[in-house]
Design a protein around this ligand. Structure first.
Ligand code: NDP
Length: 348
């Protein structure tokens, strides 16, 4: 084995602190070359940084399905790469594979059980899409809308998406349009993101929550009120949306990123006014978790990849080069530095 760069957690932010690149550090380690039965050596092509990773920086993640990252241990998350050596039946050299537990390393030894084979032709060779539009975030958008959104063709519905220019949000809004919403309005953090949502992704309108009053802008862009709300952010933005929802509407509770640097449980408690609005207007607000629908993932990936190849759904990505930039890319994504899926390119 040759020395490989690995990325480890150096220290935790406080539960209510902001993550900074200095919470991570780079080390060198020898990886391989000897494989145990059932293992492969993979070369990393792309790694993902995702909001749930903020919980993995805490000693207690607050979720039983998420283990905390250990101090001085290699960090892991979504990744995609290519098999270089194999000692297992199901995977051969040159196969493309993905995993939710990919180490932040340029090469790693992995158990075949943690890997899933992917077909590059599904994404016309855009391998990084398996971490975004044709991966976990895309499935979150698709299954979130389909399982909790109650979108009905011809029902003249207005959908609002928060975190709309991000990995999940940008796909969720486009699926709302494909599935027959009359209006799809995005909320996001910059004028440039708003422009892209409307001009490139076919959103009906977009609201920059950092500029002016969200409630006023929403009134203008949703003249018939809001029927379906795909919520990625929570907090005051969601209070403003829910206040303008129609009777019998549906909130897809996907994420609450505005609260992830706070010491609150998930989902964070709502203010009384919003709680009352939900009750009096008979609005459903069910927690959605993509991992609870594993049996629907395979068909979902096929559907998403087809839409992407047909051009019905456009894919946005922000790609940063180099494993040494993992920490910078993660912290940037948490603050809105990304448009579309934040990807880190590790090797060609
Ligand atoms: P994104 O690509 O959307 O990146 C995060 C975005 O959040 C940033 O770009 C930023 O955009 C926005 N943001 C950050 N802080 C705030 C804030 N205080 N208020 C409003 N917006 C903020 O990430 P993902 O698409 O991967 O994830 C989006 C959401 O979906 C997260 O809440 C995540 O936890 C959730 N999720 C849930 C899953 C599930 O199974 N339920 C699965 C996957 C993700 P901006 O410029 O607009 O501020």
């Amino acid at each position: 084995g040759t020395p490989e760069i690995i990325f480890v957690l150096d220290s935790n932010p406080r539960t209510d602190g902001e993550p900074v690149p200095g919470h991570f550090r780079v080390e060198e380690a020898i990886v391989g070359p000897f494989l145990k039965e059932g293992q492969v050596l993979v070369r990393t092509l792309f790694l993902s940084v995702d909001p749930y990773m903020r919980c993995r920086m805490n000693d207690d993640t607050g979720a039983e399905y998420l283990a905390p990252w250990g101090l001085s241990e290699c960090v892991d998350g979504g990744g995609v790469g290519v098999v270089e050596l194999s000692r297992c039946e199901s995977l051969s050299v040159d196969d493309m594979v993905t995993s939710f537990n990919w180490h932040w390393q340029t090469q790693c030894l992995m158990d075949e059980k943690l890997l899933q084979k992917v077909e590059p032709q599904l994404v016309d060779g855009h391998i990084s899409y398996f971490l975004g539009a044709v991966g976990m975030p895309g499935l979150t958008a698709l299954l979130g809308v389909r399982e909790k959104g109650h979108v009905t063709e011809g029902a003249n519905q207005t959908m609002v998406v928060s975190g709309a220019a991000g990995a999940c949000g940008s796909i969720a809004g486009q699926i709302g349009r494909v599935d027959g919403c009359t209006r799809v309005v995005g909320i996001c953090g910059s004028d440039e993101k708003c422009r892209v949502l409307v001009e490139d992704l076919g959103f009906s309108a977009a609201v920059n929550y950092r500029q002016g009053d969200v409630a006023t802008a929403l009134k203008e862009s949703c003249p018939d009120g809001v029927d379906v709300y795909f919520d990625n952010v929570g907090g005051p933005i969601s209070d403003a949306v829910i206040a303008q929802m129609n009777n019998d509407g549906h909130v897809i509770l996907c994420g609450q990123i505005s609260q992830y640097n706070k010491d609150v449980p998930y989902p964070p408690p709502l203010c009384d006014e919003t709680q009352e609005a939900l009750q009096s207007k008979n609005i459903t607000r069910e927690r959605f978790m993509v991992l609870n629908y594993m049996e629907k993932h395979e068909a979902g990936i096929i559907q998403l990849s087809q839409w992407v190849r047909e051009g019905q759904i456009k894919v946005l990505e922000t790609v940063v080069d180099g494993i040494e930039n993992m920490g910078v890319a993660f912290c940037s994504m948490m603050k809105g530095g990304n448009i579309g899926k934040q990807i880190i390119k590790i090797s060609d």
